[in-house]
Each structure stands twice: as structure tokens, then as C-alpha cells.
Design a protein around this ligand. Sequence first.
Ligand code: SAM
Length: 284
Amino acid sequence: MGLNTKELIRKYGIKLTKSLGQNFLTDYNIVSRIVDTAEITKDDMVIEIGPGIGSMTVELASRAGRVAAVEIDKNLIPALEENLREFSNVEIINRDIMKVSVKDITYSKQNMKLKVVANLPYYITTPIIMKLLEEEDNDIELMVFMVQKEVAQRMVAKPGGKDYGALSVAVQYYAQPEKVFDVPPHCFIPQPEVDSTVVKLKRNVIPPVILKDKDMFFKVVKAAFGQRRKTLLNALSNYTALNKTKEEVREILNAVNIDENVRGETLSIEQFAILSNEFFEKDI
Ligand code: SAM
């Protein structure tokens, strides 16, 4: 066990940067429960996003076959290296996760299973999750993230409620999300202003719906949620990227038996799939 988070911060005179979402975990019980959730074994390679000074990396390194820890802030690297010096299975990568592909990080993976574990920086939570899910050629099987409680609620939301939106549909298209446990602000330094939740995303091997065109699916989803208070007919016909008149949208909705007066937020993923497949058919 290396130095603890508070000792390392003091020793290296580290100034935490709020704009980089630096809220470090100080509660080792929480660290251990996050790593338990990912069911890490020596057969796993783990990417950790934002290791900070390694509060969770130490635990990951002692359980996994390999760890690639991607940290944007070069000021944290000396403390991170000291905290991890007894481990030979960790590679520290001083990069922005948004600018590096998973394939490049995992060149040494061989036939290990790939998992991602992270206490995510909250300013960029959704872009990071979407990047990992959308990247065509990565073979991540499981992701365990600490996110803002509200984001977790949106990821798992079902049609009809206020939390259900484009993020719910996108995450549930690519994975099976599950809320695991909540984490209060006092488990971090500095304490964040929001409650946090640990979520587990098991990547879908087979997509839950068959799409004729993925871009069209996400365009329709974006259109439907872009103007949530409008009827589906209005939201879709006002969305210029779909390039359809009100009459054309009406025809498409009729063809797939969806009421033009409902709001987008009532549509299930299956209905979005059927609808976007019809839009695609009408486009070619
Ligand atoms: N894992 C540590 C812990 O649990 O105590 C730190 C988590 S802290 C919430 C988020 C970390 O992500 C910070 O260390 C921050 O510097 C890093 N970070 C922020 N943006 C990043 C990015 N784009 N790429 C990689 N790391 C990033």
C-alpha cells in the first residue's frame, strides 16, 4: 500500500484543478467496492481514466493483469509514479482520453478481457462515455464509472419520465447500464457539490435493435429530444438535418403506426429503431 491520498497531496504540494474535475477519493472502502463491481481478475486489462494520484490505481494494479492509466494533468504524474512504483503491470499515459484511441492504449492487451474503470471528471462525463461506446473497433466488455447521480439516472431511465433522453437511448443501445451504489460528497477531497453514483455498463454483444443506418437512428433521437415539449410531428419536421416537410413526416409516422401527437420521450428504443429505419427508406 502506497501513501494515502491526503499524504501524497501534501508531500507533492499538489494544487487540485477544479476545471479538470479533480475530486479525489479518500475513502478506501468506496475504492474497493468500485473495483469489486468490475470483478477484476489477472485475465483483465483495465483502462483507468483519470487516475489522479492513484487512489484507485493501486487497487486495480494489485488485482488486474495490466493497467493503462490515462491522466491528462502532467503535474500529477510524479505522485502517481511514486504511488505505483512497486507495480510493474501499470503503464501511465499522460494524455487526454479524448485524443487517444482505445486501440492505441491496448496494444499490449493480447487476449486479456478489456475493462474500463474510472472516477470520471464530471465536466466531460458524457463525451468520454459516448466516445468509448461509439468507437467502432474497441473491444471493451465492461465499464464501471463513478458519475454524477443525475447522469446515472439518465443512463438507466426508461421511456416516459423526465430523465429519459438521448443519453438513455444511446447508452442502452450500446450497453446494459445498471446503478450500483451512491457515493456521498464527503468521500472525496475536495467535496463535489453533487451526489455521485457508481454505474456498471455491460457492453451489448448483439445490439438490442436492428438499424438500417446508425446515423439516421441517432439523428431521429436527437430531433425527438431536441424539442421535448413539442409533439413528435413538430419536433421531427422542425429538425433541419432530417430535411422532411410536415406532410412527409406525417406519412412516415403513419406508416410505422406511431401517433404524431405523442412526445418523443414516450418512444422506446424499438420504436426509435422502426421510425429511423422508415426515415432511412424514404431517403434512398
Ligand atoms: N481516480 C482519482 C480518484 O478517484 O481519486 C481521480 C479522479 S478525478 C474525479 C478525475 C481525474 O481525471 C483527475 O485526475 C483529472 O486530472 C483527470 N482528467 C480530467 N480530464 C481528463 C481527460 N480529458 N483525460 C484524462 N484524464 C482527465
